[in-house]
Structures are given as structure tokens and as C-alpha cells.
Design a protein around this ligand. Structure first.
Ligand code: ADP
Ligand code: MG
Length: 593
């Protein structure tokens, strides 16, 4: 007897719906993207009970003919691609022809639509994939679609919906991601008869202001500088927050070709450009828009996925890093003393004509300038060379010998600003980068905890809830054990959330969710599938996060840190190669006078 049967359409659609329509937010996103694809310039969104009972989108786009309206709800019915090759030329948001079929499989749907050339429009009512009513109707040009009682026939889905507040937050978040790339489109968002947002058409910057300014008087965008770079593989523009405006709740948005994306690697490029300009707990805001040839990114992405693969990822990383540094440098916000000068990648070829304003650390002339030794514009690098006795990358054994020969300094340490410690070192002196030193100490400890498969935890009285995107879940699950050795106790609560029951004691009250997000981004950015690589990245990321959260130290704490540092098998550089300490001998000092 044959056992294979084709699934009825209604069932197949329900299965597909599970992927495309996970919650009210994803449903709304599909509807709004359809309106945008239809060329609408005004889109009204009406929501009731966070989308559980009603999601309605009214647009002034091109509308549909009677036949098309009927076809639109069939699976793989789309007006946007005709052949496989079209996939590579894609400029529209939707293209799979899955969304409407999926939505009407799990909700009651009602549409009225009319094209400019038609006298009357079409009304269509569908429930669980069946057309219940179809008739001519008088209506304005455009499309008006109501999605009622979402998941009425899928109890499991309904059960996993969170509180109205959470669902609404998700919905608004998805809406923001769209509104930010469509500033020329006028939007209205209404929830339970209350107008939440009324966004007139304008420029990108105005749209950012509309969405994030707290009041009319206070323009959110006042603290942003413009970013602009045009190269072969990519055109980048946008707005980045000045370091002094960085805070605990940054707005960080990346877009490519009019689509929101998450890209931990590009995020890292931006943060790297800010390095040294930010206070320990501060995070910069940015809105960065990328334009690339559609065929250089992977477009056949899953509709709910926001991660996008670029062909020239490394090159774009460098371009972005250089562009952000330049933008920051132009506004005189670069750090004054920079431990990172040598690790700096050169600005890519395509952009060589631009002379970045940031390459030179600014150090007062008396300290470094010696006309007999170097040209003035090379002076800072020279200065660094003089001061850094251990700077050249020695072969491992030599380095170890050099380090082992250094006794733990016994002099009294003094803090220099909030970032450095200076102390007498025999006949010379030593400068220590406080956060990096602490990160080295913690990294060593965390790696030992991972190897021993045990570590200290601090139980939280009120566990935090960590909401994740579906595509992050497998990663978190596979990191769960290693995270536990580091002190994080996670427990999966639902398909998309974990409760955080315990944290590493070294966090000192820092926001655990933020630290976890950072760690996840760092581990993801390694792009490695080796557990050993993950563990190192995990330990290092947590070490930096914990070290960065620590404020100024007392003299005793400084002493302790230095002792711990000097006991490590290797302490002149961080595990990722950054300089931890600089030494200057008496002879070198003498040469300065
Ligand atoms: P896709 O957007 O991937 O093509 P959908 O299921 O979202 O698939 O929509 C199917 C088709 O219905 C679209 O290709 C389009 O032709 C039509 N359509 C959907 N929404 C609208 C709208 N608001 N205005 C005009 N046409 C629409
Ligand atoms: Mg669509």
C-alpha cells in the first residue's frame, strides 16, 4: 500500500505559516512590506490587542485586479519574480509569494482593493485558506487588509505569544526598522484607538528625529555626525553618535538596500572605530545604510531572518571602520593617547584619496617632538617605539623569558586619568592599560574555569529574561555549558527565551543581558565552528565586558591588579594582541631631555 500523500493546501500553508508568521509583529511586517512594494506613499496601521484580534493595513498603493486579489492568497503567487534569475536582481521586499497564503491559513482575512483604472474594487473574505466571500465593492484606490484573530486555529502558537506589552514592543521594533528606511512614506500607527506614531514624509535624519526625539524641543539627531563613503563594493551613508552622547541604551541600526539587517561583524567594525573614545559603560548609537549590488549579497534569505551574507565582508569591514574613524576624527573626537596605533588597518585602496584625520594621537609637543630624530608627523609613532620596550613581537619563548625576568614591580602605582596606571619600574617607569590588564587576569581565570568545567556564580534574586531571535537560539544552546562554567546559569523558558538565574560575580551589577548580547555577538563574529575557538572568544569577551564595567581602583586594588597581572604566564599583550603595558628605561628618559 502506498503511504505517501500530498498534504492538502490548507495544511501545507499552516506549516509554512509557522515559519513566516511567528507572531503579530512578523505578520504586520509582511503586510507593510507588501504596501511598500505596491508603491504606497501613505500607510496606516491599526492594531488591536497587540495584534491578537486585529492587524489592519491601509495603503494608497497600486491595488489589485479582481483576479490578482484572488490569486494573491495562493501559495507561491507573486507578481515580483518570474524566473529564478530574478532572484539575483531583487529590489522588492517580498518575493516568495508566501506571506499572504501563510497569513490566511492562520487568521480571518478581509481585503478590499482597487486599482486606479478600475471603477469598482474587490472585496474578499478568507478564513483558514477558504474564500468565504468575494464581491465588487466601492472603495478608494489602494489596498485595505484586515487580519483578524491571528492563530485562531493554532492553539500552540497562541500559547507562545507573550504579554500584550511584549508583543507590542516587538511589533513597534519591527515597525521602526521599516520606518527608518522609508522616510518618504507617511505612516500612522494606531493601537487600541490611540495614535502611537504619526510620521510625516521627510528625510532620513528627520525620520530618526521623529522616532527617537523625546520632545519637540530636544532634537535627538543633534548629537550625530554624518557618515558618507562611496567605494566600488559598497556605498555607505548614515549618522553616527558623537562619543559623548553614547549611553546605556544606544540605538544601533544597520540596513542594506533598504532592508534592516543584523550584522555582528559590521557592528564590531563600528565599535572598533570608537575604541578609546567611550566611557566604560557607554555604547554609541548609529544608523548606517549600505547600498551594494543586489547580486553581491545573499537575497534568498528566510523572510524572518535579519542576517545577511555579503560577498566582500572583510573589505566592507575595513571600509566601514575607516569611514567611521574618519567621521569621528573630523569632529575632533578621537582619543588623545591611543594604544592601538600600530594595529590599525590601512584605509582600503578604493578610499586612499581621503586622508583620515585621526591617525595621529595628539600628544603635547615637549614630550615627543625631537627634530633630530624624526619628522614631526612621524613623531607619535616614534614616541611609542621609545616607550614600549616590549613592543616588537618576540618569538614566544623569548617573550616568555623577557616576561619571566621581570619581577613584580614594588613601587606605588598611581592612576593616570581613568584609563591608565603609572608606576616606577626600577630605574624607569611603566604605564599600564587598566582595563586590558584586568581583562588579561580575568581571561586567564575564565579559561581555567572552562577547563575545570566549574566556576563561581552569583544567584540573582530576580532572574532576568533574555528574549532572543529564533536564529540565535541554537548558538545559545550550544554555549550554555561553557557559559555556566563562567558563571551564567541559563534556563530555557520558551522557544525564544531564557531566564538568567545566575551571573559571574565580576559583573559588579552590570546589565547581564547586555553583557550576554555582547558575548553572543563576539562569539558569532569569530565565524568559527570549533568549540575551542568559541570558548576562547567567550572567555575574552566576558573578560573585556567585566573589566570595562569596573570603575576607578583604590591604590590597594591597583597593586593587587598589577600583582595578578605579573603572575600570568604572558602579560605584555592581551590574548587578542593589544598592548597592556609600556615601559621606559632611565636611558630612554634621558634621551628625551
Ligand atoms: P510576495 O510579497 O512575496 O510577492 P505575498 O504573499 O506577500 O507575496 O503577496 C502576494 C502578491 O499579492 C504580491 O506579489 C502582490 O502582487 C500582491 N499584493 C499583496 N499585498 C498587496 C498590496 N498591499 N497592494 C498591492 N498588491 C499586493
Ligand atoms: Mg509580501
Amino acid at each position: 500500500m502506498d503511504v505517501i500523500r500530498l498534504l492538502p493546501d490548507s495544511v501545507a500553508n499552516q506549516i509554512a505559516a509557522g515559519e513566516v508568521i511567528q507572531r503579530p509583529a512578523s505578520c504586520l511586517k509582511e503586510l507593510v512590506e507588501n504596501s511598500l512594494d505596491a508603491g504606497a506613499t501613505h500607510i496606516q496601521i491599526l492594531v488591536r490587542d497587540a495584534g491578537r484580534t486585529l492587524l489592519q493595513v491601509i495603503d494608497n498603493g497600486v491595488g489589485m485586479s479582481e483576479t490578482d486579489a484572488r490569486l494573491a492568497f495562493e501559495r507561491h503567487a507573486t507578481s515580483k519574480i518570474k524566473e529564478a534569475a530574478d532572484l539575483f536582481r531583487l529590489r522588492t521586499m517580498g518575493f516568495r509569494g508566501e506571506a499572504l497564503a501563510s497569513i490566511c491559513a492562520v487568521a480571518h482575512v478581509e481585503v478590499t482593493t482597487r486599482r486606479r483604472e478600475d471603477e469598482v474594487g474587490t472585496l474578499l473574505e478568507i478564513a483558514g485558506s477558504d474564500v468565504i466571500r468575494q464581491e465588487p465593492v466601492a472603495c478608494p484606490v489602494g489596498t485595505n487588509i484586515k487580519v483578524k484573530n491571528l492563530f485562531y486555529n493554532v492553539p500552540v502558537r497562541r500559547k507562545f505569544l507573550k504579554t500584550d506589552q511584549t508583543e507590542m514592543r516587538n511589533l513597534i521594533q519591527d515597525f521602526y526598522r521599516i520606518a527608518l528606511v522609508w522616510p518618504k512614506v507617511q505612516f500612522t500607527l494606531v493601537h487600541n484607538d490611540e495614535i502611537l506614531l504619526e510620521l510625516p514624509a521627510g528625510t532620513e535624519k528627520q525620520r530618526i528625529g521623529q522616532l527617537f526625539s523625546r520632545s519637540v524641543k530636544q532634537d535627538y539627531t543633534a548629537h550625530f555626525v554624518d557618515l558618507k563613503v562611496q567605494t566600488d563594493p559598497v556605498t555607505i551613508h548614515g549618522f553616527i553618535g558623537k562619543p559623548e552622547s553614547a549611553g546605556k541604551q544606544p540605538q544601533q541600526y544597520l540596513f542594506v538596500n533598504g532592508r534592516y539587517m543584523r550584522h555582528p561583524y559590521f557592528h564590531k567594525a563600528i565599535l572598533t572605530a570608537y575604541q578609546g573614545t567611550l566611557n566604560a559603560d557607554a555604547n554609541p548609537s548609529y544608523f548606517v545604510y549600505f547600498e551594494v549590488e543586489p547580486e553581491t549579497i545573499d537575497v534568498n534569505i528566510h523572510p524572518t531572518k535579519t542576517e545577511i551574507k555579503f560577498q566582500d565582508e572583510q573589505m566592507i569591514f575595513q571600509i566601514l571602520l575607516a569611514a567611521v574613524r574618519e567621521a569621528l576624527g573630523k569632529f575632533n573626537v578621537a582619543p588623545s593617547l591611543d594604544f592601538d596605533v600600530e594595529g590599525r588597518p590601512d584605509i582600503p585602496v578604493a578610499d586612499r584619496s581621503r586622508q583620515p584625520a585621526f591617525t595621529m594621537p595628539v600628544i603635547s609637543n615637549e614630550t615627543h617632538y625631537n627634530p633630530f630624530h624624526s619628522r614631526p608627523d612621524e613623531a607619535p609613532r616614534d614616541w611609542q617605539k621609545l616607550y614600549d620596550g616590549l613592543r616588537k613581537p618576540e618569538p614566544a619563548e623569548e617573550l616568555f623569558a623577557a616576561e619571566a625576568a621581570v619581577a613584580i614591580p614594588s613601587g606605588t602605582p598611581t592612576a593616570v586619568g581613568s584609563r591608565y596606571i603609572v608606576l616606577p619600574d626600577g630605574d624607569g617607569l611603566m604605564l599600564i592599560h587598566r582595563v586590558r590588564a584586568r581583562a588579561c587576569v580575568l581571561y586567564d581565570m575564565y579559561m581555567r574555569q572552562i577547563r575545570a568545567e566549574q566556576g563561581v556564580r552569583e544567584q540573582l534574586l530576580f532572574p532576568d529574561i533574555w528574549d532572543l531571535d529564533a536564529d540565535q537560539i541554537p548558538m545559545v544552546q550550544s554555549l550554555q555549558d561553557d557559559l555556566r562554567y563562567l558563571g551564567f546559569e541559563l534556563e530555557q523558558l520558551s522557544p525564544l527565551s531564557f531566564s538568567v538565574n545566575a551571573v559571574p560575580p565580576q559583573l559588579n551589577g552590570q546589565n547581564a543581558l547586555r553583557v550576554l548580547q555582547n558575548i553572543l555577538a563576539d562569539v558569532t563574529a569569530t565565524g568559527s565552528s570549533l568549540r575551542e575557538e568559541w570558548q576562547k572568544s567567550l572567555a575574552l569577551s566576558l573578560a573585556y565586558n567585566a573589566a570595562g564595567g569596573q570603575q576607578t581602583l583604590t591604590e590597594a586594588e591597583q597593586k593587587e591588579l598589577i600583582e595578578q597581572l605579573f603572575r600570568l604566564p604572558s602579560f605584555t599583550r592581551t590574548p587578542d594582541g593589544k598592548i597592556v603595558l609600556l615601559r621606559m628605561t632611565e636611558e630612554e628618559i634621558a634621551r628625551k631631555f
